[in-house]
Design a protein. Structure first.
Length: 391
């Protein structure tokens, strides 16, 4: 078993890397095997067996609960901590009490503070835009703070009443319209959390020779949280990156959502808070064809820990039908290969997907919108990509 190491923030990968993976729930059982086969084929073709992945299955979600009674076993977290990287299919979150979201739990347990979502258009994929090729952005979404920290109290509970009394009696808050029937949440945004995210976004822009980083926020309304994000981001940029070739700018979130539809070419790297990033990532994905081809990674650039994941849900309505689109998971695996420094294998998969989509071949969710589109099953789509790796 070979592990990724990190020295001064630089990832070093041995020729054989052990990658823990979570198959996932619903369509995970169909898309994960296809993804692994395509990745293995690209590695073999690119490096002739010199570089390879040793896949190690770990458990989480509904499959895990049915198998061993735990939604997120300690052994799974230990494997991700130990081997530093991992690949994850979509997970069912338990209904009722317990873990609010398994995805959030993984991010918080491993302090995966940057959710990285590259967005680009593939020729042949239907888009609602007239010029989808102008969309080429990478979103850095802060992953551990904001209202997603989960600090909430439900209406009608003693805790909510106590918190309300604290606000009104001790803090002098007078603008809670219906205090007795309100739920409450807390939105923490820190200097440290902002700085490490913005630093990662600027370093990414410099590494990939991109012109700018845009801080997206609602600081005009939430002046001390989102306004702080903007202020601290600018201060970090001036202190650590003065004189660099990257322009740092900012825009209000609602204006940004309009601008990306009108002039998407004006943006390259986005740094934003947790809730904004959730909305922004999904809108941008819709602009280039949908979340089915949207990859994602959750990364701690200091420790090197990273989990690459399908960004869509478990799709129980089509689970087991051999219709699911593995592209989101596969493109996330491409991000993983790039993270390891295995660029040739990553680029080979990208080229195969470009050839596949431009030729009008895809799974049903994409093919139905293509002129003369040919719908392929999940398994056949994977087999076709493997053939295209050799072109």
């Amino acid at each position: 078993m070979s592990k990724v190491t990190v020295h001064n923030g630089v990832v070093a990968a041995p020729d054989c890397v052990t990658v823990p993976f979570i198959t996932g729930d619903g369509v995970g059982a169909e898309i994960m095997p296809v993804c692994r086969k395509v990745v293995d084929a690209s590695l073999q073709l690119s490096y002739g067996g010199r570089k390879r992945i040793e896949w190690r299955e770990v458990w989480a979600g509904e499959r895990s609960f049915k198998r061993n009674g735990s939604w997120l076993p300690d052994a799974t977290l230990d494997a991700f901590r130990d081997f530093r990287i991992g690949l994850k299919g979509p997970l069912t979150t338990p209904v009722g009490g317990g873990i609010r979201s398994l995805n959030v739990a993984l991010r918080q347990a491993l302090d995966l503070y940057a959710c990285v979502r590259p967005v680009r258009w593939f020729k042949g994929v239907h888009s609602p835009l007239k010029e989808p090729w102008k969309v080429n952005m990478t979103v850095f979404r802060e992953n551990t703070e904001d209202i997603y920290a989960g600090i909430e109290w439900k209406q009608g509970t003693p805790e909510a009443a106590r918190f309300c009394r604290f606000l009104t009696e001790e803090m002098g808050v007078r603008n809670i319209r219906f205090p007795e029937s309100s739920s409450f949440g807390v939105k923490p945004v820190s200097v440290e959390g902002t700085e490490r995210l913005v630093r990662a976004a600027i370093k990414y822009a410099l590494l990939h020779d991109l012109p700018d980083v845009t801080l997206v926020h609602k600081g005009n309304i939430m002046k001390y949280t989102e306004g702080g994000f903007k202020q601290w981001g600018y201060e970090l940029a001036e202190r650590e990156f003065a004189g660099s070739d990257v322009v740092v700018k900012d825009v209000i979130a609602d204006a940004f959502l309009q601008n990306t539809l009108l002039n998407p070419e004006d943006y390259s790297v986005i740094a934003t808070l947790n809730l904004n990033g959730d909305y922004i990532s999904d809108q941008l994905a819709a602009m280039v064809g949908g979340i089915g081809i949207a990859p994602g990674a959750n990364i701690n650039y200091a420790t090197g820990h990273a989990i690459f994941e399908a960004t869509h849900g478990t799709a129980p309505d089509i689970a087991g039908a051999n219709r699911a689109n593995p592209s989101s998971l596969l493109l996330s695996a491409v991000m993983m290969l790039e993270y390891l420094g295995w660029e040739e294998a990553a680029q080979r998969i990208i080229c195969a997907m470009e050839d596949c989509f431009s030729g009008g071949k895809a799974t049903a969710d994409l093919a139905r919108f293509m002129p003369q589109g040919q719908s392929l099953s999940t398994e056949v789509f994977g087999e076709h990509l493997i053939r295209l790796l050799y072109v």
